[in-house]
Design a protein. Structure first.
Length: 76
């Protein structure tokens, strides 16, 4: 079997139930405009998640009236 034959043979049996493979197959069939829209929406979703994880900007004031101080710990 040549490489070209393998590409047109279809997905392997283990890829039929895999949501990642199914999603990639759907993207291959989608119009370029739809893919572009999905990429933009995914970017916005990641930016929103990043904003939530970073939390509010620190201005040097005590964040809690009870006097407990929080400290930002960079991971990674």
């Amino acid at each position: 079997m040549t490489d070209d034959d393998a590409r047109h043979a279809g997905p392997a049996a283990e890829c039929v139930a895999c949501p990642l493979c199914a999603g990639l197959a759907a993207l291959r069939r989608a119009s370029p405009e739809a893919v572009e829209h999905l990429v933009k929406a995914g970017t916005e979703l990641l930016l929103a998640a990043r904003t939530l994880l970073e939390g509010p900007a620190s201005d040097g004031r005590e964040p809690h009236p009870a006097g407990t101080r929080m400290r930002r710990v960079d991971v990674g």
